[in-house]
Design a protein around this ligand. Sequence first.
Ligand code: ZN
Ligand code: ZN
Ligand code: FE
Length: 739
Amino acid sequence: MSMRRLVIGIRGRVQGVGFRPHVFSLAKTLNLTGFVRNCGTGVILEIQGKNVHAFLEALPHNLPPLARIDACDVTESACVTDEACFTILHSLQEQANTIIAPDTAPCDACLQELFDPESRYFQYPFLNCTHCGPRLTITADLPYDRAQTAMRHFPLCEACHTEYHHPENRRYHAQPIACEACGPELECDIEAIVSALKIGKIVALKGPGGYQLLCDARNASAVNTLRARKQREQKPFAVMVENIEAAACFAEVNVTAQALLESRARPIVLLKKRRPERLCASLAPHLSHLGIMLPATPLHHLLFKVMGMKNAALVVTSANISGNPLIIEDETAKGALSGIADIIISHNRDILTRVDDSVVTIINNAPVLIRRARGFVPERIALPMRIPGTLALGGHLKNTFCITRDDEAFVSQHIGSLTNRETIAFFHESIDYWKRLLNADIERVACDWHPDFYTSRLAQSFNLPVTPVQHHHAHLAAVAAEHGLNERTLGLALDGYGYGREGEAWGGELFNLEATRFERIGHFEPLMLPGGERAAREPWRMGAAVLHQLNLNARITTQFAHLPQAALLASHLKQATKMPRTSSCGRLFDAASALTGVCLMSQYEGQAAMQLESLVATPTVLPNGWCIKNNRFSMLEVFRELLHLNPVEGAGLFHGTLIAGLSEWLLMNAQKHQLNTILLSGGCFLNKVLTEGLYGRLTQSGLQVYLPERLPPNDGGLSLGQAFIAGAGNVSGHAGANH
Ligand code: ZN
Ligand code: ZN
Ligand code: FE
């Protein structure tokens, strides 16, 4: 073998994750000389020796846990003389074009030190290393250097300094490195927090991405007090447990669930309850599933250790005033949380970027995101092509926004509903932050068709071309974008609400999709929408609308006898000639939930549908329970039957019939339009029974079915679809979005 020199440029997640030490030790093992350094696009290295080929082969293997190579560019170069060794050089001061890793739960090596009395990190709640710890939440700007993070206020002690500079140490260039001697401090003893929790107190604790409220999940009076003080009567709480054994004590944990619970992202995972009497009933009332998570920070681990109880469970919920963003500032916490928490515990490491806990459910034995935030953000999504830099402003509720850079899309953390000043401020703050972090050139803006949304008005203010995108088109385009699909497809959106072509309320839509255009080829038969937006909060109104449409108007007052407005609504329906209508699938679930007596008034989004789904034992089919006319899909007939069934039978019949009807409708259209690929998206696909049932039937019939995987099927995924349509619609060779 002869001597060669290679110049290698690497793109991907290669900064701040221990990539250079990996390269360093590999080069040393193979007797290579040269250097490695961080640069604006990732890492650049030059290697020289007889084993350069072996280096290229070995490089992708045994990468540090957080590293990822997206592209590797190799060119031959002339050998240099007088190069004695391999070195790690200082970063080039270029514009940053790379990205940091998401926040990551403590690694095994760190946990070992946390509980090792001999370690200098023993019981230190802020320990971390190159493979784990906070990232996005403590970063103000790129390049990712300690001076740009919340750690800039903590000069390294001698021991930390040594570890930080030693290429063979696990903490080599670990920017958040800290120890008891030099790092951040918790405001009080862990023992004090634990004793408060043990006697049923509510504790506000500065968590990884914002303040969290904690209480003993097995103490009914503590949970009820928290509900009362947070004014959150029914919306489920998630619980944190120490380990998999404890999780399995409260919920069904299979291999997929275990992998998700233990994943570095540490999301809340919705799992089927097991032995519900072990936890108090008010954690997730009337729901079959419970959100469970494992400790996400060293501090969480210490809490459980000090509690020292087998199967301890803590409610962990974001500490915000309902509807507002998570609190991250210590001063705000002291003011706003004083009426909710008995004690408020802070520490002096600032949270620079607010990031909620992520929430995941399991469908078809694979994870599906409900809320994408800590642990997943800022993971990029690879697009099938390069598109002009686009800022997509997302939806009105469950907002996220998306910024594209070449062929990569970055979807922001969950922002929330843009219905109050505080969340809108967080939205603006985050757009500025992400624009800075990504250093992206924005050439276009995308928003929803709805003319009155805050985002649609904002879109006009950038002085850039604006592409408005239909809500359900965006849902489906997001699926196409993440799967890199470019062919003609069928798309079914089952959703709550989206602005239609004439301003109607859409939400059960069948599209023909090609390039960045859509054609609405079918939809759910519209139902009357009594009270407009109010109907979504009061499912009984949809129940009344269905009764009216079944010519059972007289039954409205008996069915909903205890609701004072029932008689008024019944007569209103009778006289109304111009009542707004909706083709929403979500509202159909509301009607079914109300008419089976499961949920008449809802306190949180999706409550009626979630409670109905929770009751399903076996989906059953009413053979003529649906009807397809002029490619309009109607479920009216099944409702006639529901009126005679108990809630469990009703829930099973509604789900089973919907699945059977939709499959027939979709297969019919697939055949008619000669399409073999179908995209499914929209909030209703968080319904496990519906999604698994429909997916099973369609794939068994030979269709290729695509669902959202990297983003939520709900409105949290809209911004990617908007960006893709606006961006790809303006790449030459692609047709624009139609409006
Ligand atoms: Zn670690
Ligand atoms: Zn130190
Ligand atoms: Fe939606």
